[in-house]
Design a protein around this ligand. Sequence first.
Ligand code: WQD
Length: 334
Amino acid sequence: MKILLTGGLGYIGSHTAVELIQNGYEVVIVDNLSNSKIEVLNKIELITGILPKFYQKDVCDQHALQEIFEENKDIEAIIHFAGFKAVGESCLEPLKYYKNNIGSTLSLLNVMEKYNCKNFIYSSSATVYAVSEIMPLYEDSPLGASNPYGRTKLFNEEILKDYQTAHPDFNVIILRYFNPIGAHESGLIGEDPNGIPNNLMPYICKVAVGEFDHLKIFGNDYNTKDGTGVRDYIHVVDLAIGHAKALEKLTDGDVGLKIYNLGTGVGYSVLDIVNTFNKVNGNLVKYEFVSRRPGDIAICYASPKKAENELGFKATRNLEDMCKSSYEYQKNNH
Ligand code: WQD
């Protein structure tokens, strides 16, 4: 079965490509390399022995998408990873985020309709949930994104709901990621953001290899066990397996539209991450407490029960695996 991955050379896309190829799918990748590197394609081949068909195109370009479908009329499903994802940048450049993240989804849906492709998995995010003191977050918890990036995810979810209502034979699974970290056991692919990392684990890894002097922990006065922010960290390989499980369900047909959290159900604090990282990799990361980062919340973690019950998906990799694999990748790629 042929599957098109948009943004398939990115962090989560590349790990999902490996998982799907190893599950026997034929994977086609479209990526404009705006936040990924062409070298990842050969890394996927090194890991799987298969070089996926690749198109360096912008998913917003409907004509380019049509050419891909003309050459691959047997694409049975699309997993849509491609999108800008820096919360801070989205506040400074909202139009760039709406044009790209919404435009790419509309472009895909139009071309899918033209080529009668009826299966769609959307890469969404925990940022679509409204700020809440009540944890864990369930798929029917109140929604309400607090920044333009999160709103593009929320608006895309609403677009998919409206489209699926108008086209009942169109099957959609929306996957809401919590905090993906870690890297493939080969050390060949992992999280490799452009510039200074916004997210915790890639920043910690850069400190560990000496690119930065120390970690700044944004706030230690939250109402949590140690005062630092608590999040639901999920290993990126578990996340990739979650996509394979969703694809299985999707291609069984008759899904309509389903939404699933992809998380572990366990919250870890920033200090849990730093201390575990230092325990498994050697005492490499110094830190200082600084003021809170605007827009951050104290605690966010998922109920993973729905994905467990309906997809047969449960994350298995632990925090030590996540910290070890992240550092292994960083050492190979800095
Ligand atoms: C985690 C914790 C920070 C960096 C974001 C996006 C979300 C999703 C995942 C795309 C928080 C603390 C961080 C640092 C720190 N991405 N931290 N020092 O903010 O939970 O979620 O990434 O879908 O959409 O919002 O992740 O890794 O930035 O922060 O202390 O240098 O680490 O305060 O408590 P976040 P994060």
